[in-house]
Design a protein around this ligand. Structure first.
Ligand code: NAP
Length: 242
């Protein structure tokens, strides 16, 4: 799809991968709408972007999702790309039975999966009015392999992956709407600091890969270390009758 002249909403666009994507796409001549919970962080991020505005809100809360979608309908009816990037993760040691594992999993599922389903339902009518539109769901390498540090987070991203496949199938006949899935490996951001994120790739590399994929209409976007496992798994699953 075109990579300039779009109006792009990025959830979690005030830091990390979301901000790197905002910088890349704003530099390429797109109008950017960033979102995050912390207003000061949003204002700070806006200083690094051209042609950008912010909509504060917590996407894990229904009322905020409804308000943000309404703001887009009223003030940015031309929005044609929604990037669902905001995410939640908790270290969750399943051997510690006093760890409130289910409570953490609930928060992860709510932010990483349920909220995306609901925000998609709220913004789809707008996207379907556009000549060219896209949804980009940011999942993770953890879709393919869980681990003992982030077992419930991995499960929530696997749910997001499965939903994204289904959403893509739902709109497979619609030439105006593409459903992308971006799978970052370990990336050096505040989010990953606890799990050794300093060894990860820079967020700008993820943004560069997304940009190239949009240009090529390449809806599956594995990045870095995700590429090898993606190459082994996805062609097999695509051949399963569905
Ligand atoms: N970093 C990695 O190694 C890695 C690897 C694979 C996948 N990912 C995925 O990439 C995405 C971005 O991660 P990141 O590493 O860039 O994180 P980050 O550096 O912590 O940035 C997260 C961004 O999301 C916002 N945010 C968090 N919760 C939100 C909510 N409920 N509603 C609205 N905004 C919210 C944050 O701002 P506020 O705090 O102000 O709300 C911030 O702008 C996540 O979905 C994550 O699962 C990350």
């Amino acid at each position: 799809m075109k990579t300039t002249g779009n109006t792009i909403f990025i959830s979690g666009g005030s830091a990390g991968i979301g901000l790197a994507i905002a910088k890349k796409l704003s530099g390429a001549g797109n109008h950017i709408i960033i979102n995050g919970r912390d207003e000061a962080r949003l204002q700070h991020a806006l200083k690094e972007l051209n042609s950008a505005v912010a909509i504060q809100g917590d996407l894990s809360i229904k009322a905020d999702r409804v308000r943000i979608a309404e703001d887009l309908r009223t003030n940015h009816p031309e929005v044609n790309i929604v990037i669902n990037n905001a995410g939640a993760a908790f270290m969750n040691d399943l051997s510690d039975t006093n760890n409130d594992a289910a409570e953490k999993a609930y928060h992860e599922m709510n932010t990483n999966y349920i909220s995306v389903i609901d925000f998609t339902a709220l913004t789809l009518p707008l996207l379907l009015q556009q000549e060219e539109a896209a949804i980009v769901n940011v999942s993770s390498i953890a879709v393919f392999r869980s681990n003992k540090y982030l077992p419930t987070y991995s499960a929530s991203k696997a749910a997001l992956h499965s939903y994204t496949q289904g959403l893509r199938d739902t709109f497979s006949d619609n030439e105006n709407l593409n459903i992308y899935e971006l799978y970052p490996p370990l990336v050096n951001t505040g989010f990953s600091a606890e799990i050794g994120g300093a060894n990860g790739i820079p967020a700008s590399e993820v943004a560069d890969e997304l940009f190239i994929a949009l240009e090529k209409d390449q809806v599956e976007i594995p990045v870095g270390d995700t590429k090898k496992i993606h190459e082994l798994v996805i062609p097999v699953t695509e051949n399963v009758p569905h």
